[in-house]
Every structure is written in C-alpha cells, then in structure tokens.
Design a protein around this ligand. Sequence first.
Ligand code: ZN
Length: 67
Amino acid sequence: MDDRKCPECNSDELIEGLLSASMGLTFIPDDEKGFIKKSSLVSALACRKCGAVFGLRLKNKPDKLTD
Ligand SMILES: [Zn+2]
C-alpha cells in the first residue's frame, strides 16, 4: 500500500503525524449544522529527507462532519 512518496524529492521515507497547535490543529467545516461542533484533527505526512509536509488528511471520517 505504500506507494506514497514525497512530492518534492520523491523519497519514500515518510513520517506520519498530527498537525498540532498545542491541543491539536482542527478542521471545522464551514457548513456545520446543529449545536454540537464537529471537527476533525488533521494528520499529515512529512518527508524525512527534505522536510516537506504534505498529504493533509482529516483524521475523523469526513462524511460524518456535516451530518
Ligand atoms: Zn522530500
């Protein structure tokens, strides 16, 4: 499954992690409805070779965010 490569230097030495602003960087949809705020942490890949950060991805199921 690991055909993921750095878009900058094409290295496959990638590190997966969460973007964090102390409590974790979160994504909140613009069109959220209801009283309960739905949000998702954002994960990303970083290249061990050149330090590029890419592949931002919601950790929670994106289709659940705007239910
Ligand atoms: Zn790279």
